[in-house]
Design a protein around this ligand. Structure first.
Ligand code: C5P
Length: 220
């Protein structure tokens, strides 16, 4: 088990996924995208024709949820059963319902146990774990904990550049709706005590990766 756990939380569009993955690749660390597990379960609920707004229907899926994620940043993948869902979990139809899934306490407990077991079995020198409740719930004792933020305008612009199948207005509306639904469940907009806030609004991608590496190396 690695002791070097780097916990990174932040809202959608803060750049945390791409920055975490690039930082992990640079340092030879593993990378765990926890949002992908919630997305994979949302994908599975849609594939199983469940009503995602009905928490009992969602909970009943957990027993058959056979999920696997690649933690090597160079070989990232997400699988549910036999299906490679790496791309599919980013589709707007999945993004639209993922907050329904994530607000169910039984789901959060289930995936949190999964994350802790993935962290424990990481063979790498370190692991970067990113999401919404990593610094506070999943790995509150991690030696490095970062809240990655950016202004709402910067977050909208980054998300709109990533998602090419929706208009910028639709992306902004979906992001706003998801932020407000998610923040009713977990506070990922303010740093918990001991967590380093890193504002990436005025940093480019490389600058953000460097800033994260500095925090990991104890430079900030
Ligand atoms: O990070 P990403 O945007 O892919 O996360 C997808 C969704 O998963 C979030 O909107 C949130 O509902 C949920 N999530 C969560 N806790 C985490 C990571 C993600 O509730 N640690």
């Amino acid at each position: 088990m690695t002791d070097m756990i780097v916990a990174i939380d932040g809202p959608a569009g803060s750049g945390k996924s791409s920055v975490s993955k690039a930082t992990a690749a640079r340092l030879g660390f593993d990378y765990l995208d926890t949002g992908a597990a919630y997305r994979a379960l949302a994908w599975f609920a849609l594939a199983s024709s469940r009503d995602t707004a009905d928490s009992q229907q969602v909970i009943s899926l957990l027993v058959d949820f056979d999920y696997e994620i690649g933690t090597n940043p160079g070989e990232y993948y997400v699988r549910v059963g036999e299906d490679d869902v790496t791309e599919a979990i980013r589709e707007p139809r999945v993004t639209a319902v993922v907050s329904d899934i994530a607000r169910v306490p039984e789901v959060r407990a289930f995936v949190t146990a999964l994350f802790r077991s993935i962290i424990r079995s990481s063979p790498a020198a370190g692991i970067i774990v990113e999401g919404r409740d990593i610094t506070t719930v999943v790995a509150p004792d991690a030696p490095v904990r970062i809240l990655l933020t950016a202004s709402p305008e910067a977050r909208m612009a980054r998300r709109a550049a990533e998602v090419t199948t929706q208009t910028a207005e639709d992306v902004a509306a979906q992001l706003h709706k998801r932020d407000s639904a998610d923040s009713r469940v977990v506070d990922f907009m303010t740093a918990a005590p001991g967590v380093t806030t890193l504002d990436s609004t005025d940093l480019d991608f490389e600058g953000t990766v460097r800033a994260v590496v500095d925090v990991i190396n104890g430079g900030t």
